[in-house]
Design a protein around this ligand. Structure first.
Ligand SMILES: [Zn+2]
Length: 129
């Protein structure tokens, strides 16, 4: 059963353990802090936004039924199967991260912005697969 609804709407309908989502985002934001340490001149909002960018795009694509979730209580971490072939694929993540990094070309911060976004893909691979 696949429900093409946004992740936020899903949370209101099923009993997702919010502690798991909190832990998941703690890891993403911890990396934003790490990048801020190594690249102190980069705007911290852009780094924090970057680590969540793939999920934000996932939310938009889910709204338009291009991606989504299906409820499966036995499915790992969140109790849902994620269908995100665009925002969380290797190619999609690379494209999104490259575009995000391009925001920092003029300020010489391409690498930290790219890494902030692409680290989301790497952490998701480690934690969800
Ligand atoms: Zn994600």
């Amino acid at each position: 059963m696949q429900n093409n609804i946004s992740f936020i709407l899903l949370l209101s309908f099923i009993n997702v353990d919010l502690n798991n989502i909190t832990k998941m985002y703690a890891g993403h934001f911890a990396l934003a802090l790490l990048f801020q340490f190594y690249f102190p001149d980069v705007n911290s909002f852009l780094l924090a936004f970057g680590v969540g960018l793939l999920d934000i795009i996932f939310g938009f694509l889910a709204y338009f039924n291009l991606e989504g979730v299906s409820i499966n209580p036995k499915a790992g971490f969140l109790g849902v199967n994620l269908h995100c072939p665009y925002s969380h694929s290797l190619v999609g993540s690379l494209i999104i991260s490259l575009l995000w990094g391009c925001l920092g070309i003029n300020s010489n911060s391409f690498l930290p912005l790219f890494l902030s976004s692409f680290s989301h893909f790497i952490l998701d691979c480690i934690s969800e697969k």
